[in-house]
Design a binder for this molecule. Sequence first.
Ligand SMILES: CC(C)(COP(=O)(O)OP(=O)(O)OC[C@H]1O[C@@H](n2cnc3c(N)ncnc32)[C@H](O)[C@@H]1OP(=O)(O)O)[C@@H](O)C(=O)NCCC(=O)NCCS
Length: 182
Amino acid sequence: MSVVVTPRLILRPLSPSDADAYVAMRFHPGVAQWLPASAGDPLKRVQATIAAFADDWRTRGYAPWGAFERVALGGDVAREGRLVGHVGLRFLPEFDGTEVLYAFLPDLHGKGYAREAAAASLDFGFDVVGVPSILAITLETNVRSWGLMQRLGMTRGPDGHYKGLDVVRYDIDVASWRARRS
Ligand SMILES: CC(C)(COP(=O)(O)OP(=O)(O)OC[C@H]1O[C@@H](n2cnc3c(N)ncnc32)[C@H](O)[C@@H]1OP(=O)(O)O)[C@@H](O)C(=O)NCCC(=O)NCCS
């Protein structure tokens, strides 16, 4: 399981002890309104999600990370702060491809954190995992989400359906990402 450090974030696989903090992020009204409805006890749901992500880390070599604030302690030394989001890659059977997903607590919106973390996810997917292309989906009304897809250089593909919802789809391939990065 991989850990990635960006200028302002530490991205690491979630563990069972993160469950309460993950509930607070995933079920914050400003986050949950944009994600597929999740029935049942939130704690049990995120415990199942954390377990499913751990399975994917073992079997696929990638899964979403928890995004933690990187708290500077001076020099290059930093410690992990609060859990502020999730971000990373997940295989989507419905699209037969690998998606980049992201969600952050509202107090971090509009500060570039999601872009920083999503860019690190694309680097990881193309350079470490070696997937040829990555997709992203969202509701057409989620302007901030597809705006981020565009800011990453992703291009709009055919619309689709996911968990009973109409979604817009964006894609990027390894050559386009590398050209954009250089
Ligand atoms: C979707 C989501 C992750 C997008 O987050 P975001 O903060 O808008 O995206 P970015 O990280 O690209 O930030 C962009 C903004 O930060 C600003 N910014 C400030 N400092 C910045 C920096 N250092 N680097 C880059 N941008 C910076 C940009 O100017 C831009 O501002 P604007 O919104 O006024 O145009 C966020 O809205 C979210 O978590 N929503 C709830 C969950 C969700 O919808 N998830 C997606 C489901 S498909």
